[in-house]
Design a protein around this ligand. Structure first.
Ligand SMILES: [Zn+2]
Length: 803
């Protein structure tokens, strides 16, 4: 159960922020109603926030101990020998992030034992801090050899990979959360000491290094808000303005290729980018700097109009965990890191706080219910790092990652969700999200409580009871989501297939429909409210088919399903043969919505009809078989094990991946010098690659090996006479690690021996086509391909056919 706590304490802090503002200090014109004032009691979010508090947080804390992340601090404090350190210098940040998560969680639910373990942890962190405030375990512990990302001198490699300032940024965020939640200054004092050192070295000492991984900008803004120390704000601005100034060589990867105010497109590492845009919004709000606001406005349009997945995920490519080119949104290889989704929520919420426009909340809601939520398994103990929009079964949730950024980020993000429901600006109350809750809000004209009742996102009815302590005048601004106004997203990246003009949504006050103006996506009700007033309306939960802009090649000939804020997908366990990649659904197909309380913790499925395609021997015609099709919410996929999944459903037969025809290869057992059976299963899936570098389906590869001899092997289901072998190489040059092989050879099984076939044609090594050899017919039960990798690269294979 979630309940109110430490309201008085938080009120004090809010007071200190409004004091800052009263002293002429600027901040966002719109202020969020913080999560500790919003008690969520719905069926959708409350259980998830509870799982985070009860399961994920203790689990991640334990993992931080098990994996040596806590020991890193003990080693830096000289209490353990500096050996066997963890993998990454940014591992400190996971400890800070989980402290932030626990702190937030403590505000909604007291937990004495968790609070005590924080005290212990904070003491260890304090002991790991150097006398002048420096806090970075990988250097302080003086290991025998410095990690290659760290230079002898402090900060010197921060613009590259040392992550010293990144760790500090997370320390500041954690410290402020811990202080606001418990009133204790233990971690705050550590953070202040660290921040003061950075102020001295950078702001006054003019160290020229920009933060390689942004986050310190938002951390410093928070620290400024609770301490009122102007240097922290100046330092946040310093860290933005030294990017791209030419003193330290920058790159698109870390958004340091240009001055931040000259950046107009979302480029490079998506998490770094979105944290930076968030930091720019904070500094703009706190200083009034319009040039930052202009820049992030342009970047926002670039990202939302051209570079965002339907799930709200950003960062299309795993190469550099980065934004791809405009409209380059591959589905199966989509990166869409969970951290990037969380950062996208932060950024869009800040854009709203600057501008009061509901379009930012439209994007935020899309991320929240889809690309962010997919990152966490329903058991709270397994996670996705990338969040792809299609799978052949190669994707699987993991209990931990060496780089655990997404996992610790989830712990701190989930408890803050209630803080995105309402916002206020003078005597305006913004209702941004729909979930049952009770909230208390202090407006200039007086106090009020709001209580929201809804079964969102499954049902569109919303009832909001407005209870001011006394009769008073203020405006309720009720968000009408873009999707309820036939607008799939701001911009034209996605649209709904059927554009029947949406009816104006009827909104009643005390049961009587009231006319209203729509301002920036909000229905505005400016009146004198009294205790017991009720706003009620119903958002139209139509099942929409979404079509992507024609420039998005990967989504052509396909549609996606969306209902309310939820994006759907087809998943293996709900379909014949556990297969969905072979399914085709006509765009006109009618789907019905059905609530299933026992499936995946209770979900609404969308049910319709489609057909499954399969290949046949000696014919190019596909066989089609009708079958029922069931779509589940995208966020819920991969909770029943790995398997096939697709968000963009083909409406054209040619785009499906038909079940393989019964050929010698498809009936064979596959083995090889590759450990993943799933990878090997791609050899005979009869998926035709469009080129050697095609990443849209599974392939076999030996990366990062090089110059070794490898093999793949078919064991036939019976004896056959064969005389031909066709192989399609995987080669992702020039950027990837795979090339066509140095050489290769086909052998067949004779008794217990492997004997080379007598080739009648040469062994080719050519990209982008099948390399076929004919050989003297042999009668055999198995065939093997010996592959010699090039000296400096690996090799891969898309498909292998034998006849
Ligand atoms: Zn991450």
């Amino acid at each position: 159960m979630l309940h109110y706590k430490s309201k008085a304490l938080f009120a004090g802090v809010v007071l200190s922020i409004s004091n800052l503002m009263a002293q002429g200090n600027k901040d966002y014109p719109i202020q969020p109603v913080t999560f500790n004032h919003v008690h969520v009691n719905d069926q959708f979010w409350a259980p998830r926030i509870e799982v985070n508090a009860e399961i994920t947080i203790p689990y991640v804390l334990q993992k931080c101990r098990e994996t040596g992340r806590v020991d890193n601090f003990l080693k830096a404090a000289g209490k353990k020998p500096p050996t066997n350190l963890t993998e990454y210098p940014f591992d400190d940040s996971d400890v800070f992030k989980v402290i932030e998560g626990v702190s937030y969680s403590l505000q909604t639910k007291a937990n004495a034992s968790l609070e005590r373990s924080l005290d212990t942890l904070i003491q260890i962190i304090g002991e790991a801090q150097e006398p002048d405030g420096y806090l970075y375990t990988f250097r302080t512990m003086k290991p025998e050899k410095l990690h290659p990302w760290i230079s002898q001198k402090r900060w010197e490699k921060d613009s590259d990979l040392s992550h010293e300032l990144y760790n500090s940024g997370h320390l500041f965020e954690a410290a402020v959360a811990h202080y606001l939640s418990t009133g204790k200054k233990s971690l705050l004092n550590i953070a202040i000491k660290n921040a003061d050192l950075i102020v001295k070295d950078f702001l006054y000492g003019k160290a020229p290094y920009f933060p390689g991984h942004q986050v310190i900008e938002t951390g410093l803004s928070r620290l400024y808000r609770v301490t009122g120390k102007k240097d922290y704000l100046a330092l946040a601005k310093y860290f933005l303005d030294i990017r791209g100034n030419g003193v330290v060589k920058g790159s698109e990867y870390s958004q340091s290729h240009k001055l931040v105010t000259d950046q107009h497109e979302g480029v490079g590492h998506a998490v770094r980018a979105a944290y930076m845009y968030t930091g720019m919004a904070d500094v703009a709000a706190l200083t009034g700097d319009q040039s930052y606001i202009n820049a992030i406005g342009k970047i926002w349009s670039d990202v939302v109009y051209k570079k965002m997945y339907l799930t709200g995920g950003i960062g299309a490519t795993g190469a550099g965990e980065a934004f791809g080119a405009a409209y380059h949104l591959p589905n199966m290889s989509a990166y869409a890191e969970t951290c990037a989704s969380i950062a996208n929520v932060y950024w869009n919420n800040r854009m709203f706080l600057l501008h009061g426009d509901a379009k930012y909340i439209d994007v935020m809601e899309r991320v929240l219910y889809n690309g962010m939520l997919s990152g966490i398994a329903q058991d709270g103990k397994k996670f996705f790092y990338p969040n792809p929009l299609a799978s052949m079964g190669q994707h699987q949730r993991s209990a931990w990652f060496g780089c655990a950024c997404c996992i610790s980020n989830v712990t701190r993000f989930m408890p803050s969700v209630p803080g995105y429901v309402y916002a206020q600006d003078k005597n305006n109350v913004y209702v941004n999200l729909y979930m049952s809750n009770k909230a208390d809000i202090q407006l200039p004209s007086g106090k009020l409580t709001l209580s929201q009742e809804t079964a969102y996102p499954w049902k569109g009815d919303v009832k909001i009871s407005v209870n001011p302590v006394k009769q008073m005048a203020f405006a309720m601004r009720v968000r009408i989501p873009g999707w309820a106004r036939d607008e799939a997203v701001p911009g034209d990246l996605y649209r709904f297939a059927s554009l029947q003009k949406a009816n104006k949504i009827v909104i009643a006050v005390n049961g009587k429909p009231v006319d209203y103006q729509l301002e920036k996506g909000y229905a505005v009700f400016n009146r004198t409210w009294k205790k017991g007033d009720v706003i009620s309306f119903e958002l139209p939960m139509e099942i929409e088919k979404v079509i992507a802009n024609e420039k998005v090649k990967d989504d052509q000939g396909r549609f996606a399903l969306q209902r309310g804020p939820i994006v759907y997908c087809l998943e293996g366990p709900d379909h014949a043969d556990q297969a969905v990649q072979n399914i085709v659904v006509e765009e006109q197909t009618n789907f019905t919505a059905n609530y299933n309380p026992s499936l995946l913790n209770g979900i609404l499925t969308l049910d319709g009809k489609g057909s499954a395609t399969s290949r046949q021997v000696n014919s190019n015609q596909l066989l089609k078989k009708e079958l029922p099709v069931k779509a589940i919410p995208y966020y819920a996929w991969n909770n029943r094990g790995p398997g096939e999944m697709v968000v963009w459903i083909p409406s054209q037969e040619s785009l499906s991946r038909p079940k393989p025809a019964p050929t010698i290869a498809s009936k064979s057992k596959i083995s090889g010098s590759v450990s993943s059976q799933r990878m090997l299963s791609s050899l005979n899936d009869q998926f035709e690659p469009s080129s050697s570098e095609d990443k849209s389906a599974l392939y076999v590869h030996w990366w990062p090996k090089k110059n070794t001899e490898e093999f793949i092997e078919y064991t036939f289901d019976q004896e056959y006479t064969i005389s031909e072998s066709k192989v399609y190489w995987y080669d992702d040059s020039p950027f990837g690690g795979c090339r066509i092989p140095a050489n290769w050879e086909v052998l067949y099984k004779q008794g217990n021996d492997w004997v080379p076939v007598k080739a009648l044609t040469p062994y080719e090594t050519t990209k982008d086509k099948y390399n076929t050899i004919q050989f003297e017919p042999v009668k055999t039960t198995g065939v093997r391909m010996k592959i010699k990798l090039p000296v400096n690269h690996a090799t891969g294979v898309h498909e292998w056919i034998v006849k």
